[in-house]
Design a protein around this ligand. Structure first.
Ligand SMILES: [Fe+2]
Ligand SMILES: [Fe+2]
Length: 235
């Protein structure tokens, strides 16, 4: 029962495979991961025992795709985030925007939620484009330099906590957009009369959500706290 009192984010860090269970059950492990598993189950109306059993089933050693990032260097975590998650957003967001435009213009009259989904997704895609650029051009290079011992925290933004606070706020805003998308699409369930593009769009949106959750989790729960601690130790 020890797991029940750990926070969702602690479990996600210790057991990367747990994020699959959380994703499937709709337990927030990235922006809202700071509550105990017990509380998270209660607010999501889930049986704690069933969730614990599902976690136990996933407790096998991480597979190839699921590295335990807790002990990796910050540089490796950053390289992984950029190569996997940033590259994914950059290719997938424009494709989804096109799909949203197509599906909403065809079916928006009968399914007005598609117009809302298109608007929210366009906003999210725009925010993410500038967010990724700030991470790649400012925050990440700074962290890599700091880890390599080539900077001592003296930088244009004072302390690394400043850009991290800003990035975390932007993550919260992205998390809010994902919640709106999920709600408006009824959990990405396409209606019975949906055409192939409509179904493809919803499936791709669900994948986009899962990837962004993983992405934000790695930054909020692993990379950022370690960068803050490293800076404090070196000053
Ligand atoms: Fe990122
Ligand atoms: Fe980010």
């Amino acid at each position: 029962m020890q797991t029940a009192t750990k926070t969702v984010r602690e479990i996600a860090i210790e057991l990367p495979q747990a994020t699959r269970v959380f994703e499937k059950l709709g337990i927030d492990y990235c922006c809202g991961g700071n509550r105990s598993l017990e509380e998270a189950c209660e607010s999501a109306n889930l049986s704690l025992n069933e969730v614990l059993q599902a976690l136990e089933r996933e407790a096998a050693p991480p597979s190839d795709g699921e590295v335990n990032w807790e002990s990796a260097s910050l540089r490796d975590i950053i390289q992984h985030i950029v190569a996997k998650h940033h590259a994914y957003v950059k290719s997938e967001a424009p494709r989804l925007q096109q799909l949203a435009a197509k599906v909403s213009s065809k079916h928006g009259e009968k399914h007005p939620e598609l117009l809302e989904i298109r608007e929210v997704f366009d906003g999210l895609a725009g925010e993410l484009a500038s967010h990724l650029m700030k991470e790649e051009q400012i925050l990440f290079p700074y962290v890599v330099e700091m880890e390599a011992g080539r900077s001592r925290g003296a930088s244009c933004f004072g302390t690394v906590q400043n850009p991290i606070r800003m990035m975390t706020m932007e993550h919260d805003s992205a998390g809010e957009a994902l919640r709106q998308l999920k709600q408006a699409s009824h959990g990405y369930q396409a209606p019975a009369d949906a055409c192939v593009s409509y179904q493809t769009f919803y499936r791709a949106l669900a994948e986009f959500e899962a990837d962004l959750h993983q992405h934000i989790h790695l930054e909020n729960n692993l990379l950022f706290p370690r960068a803050v601690a490293m800076e404090a130790a070196r000053r």
